[in-house]
Design a protein around this ligand. Structure first.
Ligand code: AMP
Length: 110
């Protein structure tokens, strides 16, 4: 938990946000400024600043994001049409919130 982290505040329910999925290690919610019809943020509850800061101790936590992504893609109906999974890493990589999160983006009509 980092006191000035927006995603930690959401995880701790200090900022009300509807979770599409939650378990002891993760939350998933809709991006407030969606880049596509489906745009979810998949977030480990553990505060890790960016992908630069993960260690082998986080191996299961980070790989678990992909298994949740697969399930969320199915529940959002984009598993067959396809989707993108994206980590923005640090400012130059477009990261704005410095708490690791995986974007799941899809649902385009093509
Ligand atoms: P990034 O640029 O990879 O750090 O992504 C941060 C994402 O968080 C952006 O796509 C924002 O639109 C999204 N975001 C910021 N504040 C909120 C919020 N309160 N609820 C949901 N998504 C948010």
């Amino acid at each position: 938990m980092s006191n000035d982290c927006l995603f930690c505040k959401i995880i701790n329910r200090e900022i009300p946000t509807e979770f599409l999925y939650e378990d002891e290690n993760y939350v998933v919610f809709k991006d407030i400024n969606p880049a596509a019809p489906v745009h979810l943020l998949l977030i480990p509850k553990k505060h890790i600043r960016s992908i630069n800061d993960i260690t082998w101790d986080d191996e299961k936590l980070i790989s678990g994001l992909f298994l949740i992504a697969k399930d969320m893609a199915k529940s959002q109906g984009v598993n067959e049409s396809g989707y993108k999974l994206l980590f923005n890493v640090e400012k130059g990589g477009g990261q704005e919130i410095f708490h690791v999160h995986l974007h799941l983006i899809g649902g385009w009509k093509r």
